[in-house]
Design a protein around this ligand. Structure first.
Ligand code: SF4
Length: 277
């Protein structure tokens, strides 16, 4: 069996940076409270919990004077303020690219645009971006959310960083005929695009593809969606113990790709087992 590993794959710049900051905080201060899960990857969260990570839902759940951590997805402005007032130390792991999307949203509001965010309204990154919009906004999951008879004045469009560029282009193409003015920021991050391109290349070369990543990871889900749309037999697992060996048997070549929140040690564990096979 041939084994191919997608390139690039695995941890993106922003999550690698944030997890490094979190590990430093755990080493320096011990118990550290993260506002939501720091990474959409259960095995990695288990490892960090052993080092002293504690998960909380709201800033008000962080004990007074404790160490607080903001994950790569960022947090609404109000939660930053509450943490700064409450925690002894705040470690801000917001990815610089997410920060740019937050700043774009703020500036669009200042310029008087109705902000349209392409993304999943329940996703923490989108909720964080919305927290920087002091005014009207709407979140759409695709161009299909725009009614044929909708009419808008000035629209400012941006995207959750993990969306597909084709979806943003389709949304803008639809909005442009319904708005008096439209201003667009492409806030989709290159890490996402590069991982999507690498899985497209790999899908043409293998009989089966294993996508390694958390089931709650939006960018991992997109990789699976792309692979399946290209007709390659795809297995989505969170850790190597979940491999269906019956699925793997008889395949001449298997590809491995990982979401942007999958740490190296999980990828190495999976490829090690496949090599032994
Ligand atoms: S996918 Fe891009 S924007 Fe999101 S955390 Fe990673 S580097 Fe940052």
């Amino acid at each position: 069996m041939n084994l191919l590993v997608a390139s690039p794959t695995g941890l993106c710049f922003g999550v690698r940076r944030a997890i490094g900051q979190l590990e430093d905080a755990l080493t320096k201060y011990g118990t550290t409270y993260s506002l939501g899960s720091p990474i959409h990857n259960p095995p990695e969260v288990e490892r960090l919990a052993d080092l002293g990570l504690r998960l909380v839902e709201r800033a008000s759940d962080v004990p007074e004077g404790a160490v607080a951590f903001i994950r790569a997805h960022g947090a609404p402005h109000a939660e930053h303020d509450e943490l700064n007032a409450r925690a002894g130390v705040v470690v801000d792991g917001t990815c610089p690219f997410v920060r740019i999307a937050q700043e774009r949203a703020e500036s669009l509001v200042r310029e008087g645009y109705l902000v349209v965010v392409l993304g999943d309204s329940r996703h923490p990154e989108v909720r964080g971006i919305l927290g920087y919009i002091d005014g009207e906004s709407m979140v759409v999951s695709s161009a299909d959310d725009i009614g044929d008879d909708a009419r808008y004045g000035r629209l400012g469009v941006l995207s959750q960083t993990t969306q597909m560029e084709t979806a943003l282009a389709a949304l803008v193409a639809k909005l442009v005929v319904h708005a008096g003015e439209i201003k667009v920021y492409n806030t989709i991050c290159r890490a996402t695009i590069e991982r999507q391109e690498s899985i497209r290349r790999m899908s043409a070369l293998v009989d089966g593809l294993i996508v390694l990543g958390g089931k709650d990871s939006a960018n991992t889900g997109k990789l699976v969606e792309i692979a399946e749309s290209l007709g390659v037999s795809t297995l989505w697992i969170e850790r190597s113990a979940e491999i269906d060996w019956g699925w793997a048997s008889g395949k001449g070549s298997i590809g491995v790709a990982a979401g942007g929140s999958t740490p190296d040690w999980l990828i190495n564990d999976l490829t090690g087992k496949l090599k032994r096979l």
